[in-house]
Design a protein around this ligand. Structure first.
Ligand SMILES: [Zn+2]
Ligand SMILES: [Zn+2]
Length: 181
């Protein structure tokens, strides 16, 4: 596969046994849907509760046509952002891969951390905390769980493609309207 941004061949590497493809030049990373599914299957079931709180508001997702082509299929990637988080990711509604530019993963984890810190713990986290009691030893470990690479990636995948069929339709329409030559 070629980098969608600079066309050099992507390097395959493995993160916690999950294959991802990284560009040696621009350091962007491509996540394939099937690999994220594998990550989900092998993940600790105690962490499943995390999937269901962050970025829940489907109306806050915005999708626009991007300028990059999907490295896997021939479609264009659709750019997604969420509210005012500063997070922008490119994804393919056809093969459900996700492309992150260098630094985007850090923006995502920063946004998640901000979200956690600004929400009222009483409404927002208590129910989750209750469920996750056995894996938590304190607020610090709670926050550090959000930085777990694959948890965040599979959460994004879930938010974008599974939980949000309307968004997926919108993305597919944008992709059709933005062919990449
Ligand atoms: Zn590149
Ligand atoms: Zn694709």
């Amino acid at each position: 596969m070629k980098c969608p941004a600079c066309s050099v061949t992507l390097d395959s590497k493995s993160i916690q046994d999950i294959a991802v493809d990284e560009c040696p030049r621009c350091m962007g990373t491509w996540f394939q849907d099937d690999e994220l599914r594998k990550a989900k299957d092998s993940a600790d079931s105690d962490l499943n509760w995390m999937d269901f709180e962050v970025w829940k508001h489907t109306d806050r997702f915005k999708a626009v046509g991007g300028t990059l082509g999907c490295p896997k299929c021939s479609g264009s990637l659709v750019r997604i952002n969420y509210d005012n988080t500063g997070v922008e990711i490119d994804c393919c509604p056809q093969c459900k891969g996700i492309w992150l530019d260098k630094g985007e993963f850090k923006k995502i984890t920063d946004a998640l951390t901000d979200e956690l810190l600004t929400k009222s713990f009483s409404d927002y986290v208590k129910a989750s905390l209750e469920e996750a009691k056995e894996v938590l030893t304190g607020p610090e470990s709670f926050l550090s769980e959000w930085r777990d690479f694959l948890t965040v990636c599979r959460m994004m995948n879930y938010r974008l493609f599974t939980e949000n069929p309307k968004l997926l339709d919108t993305m597919a329409a944008i992709q059709r309207a933005n062919p990449i030559q």
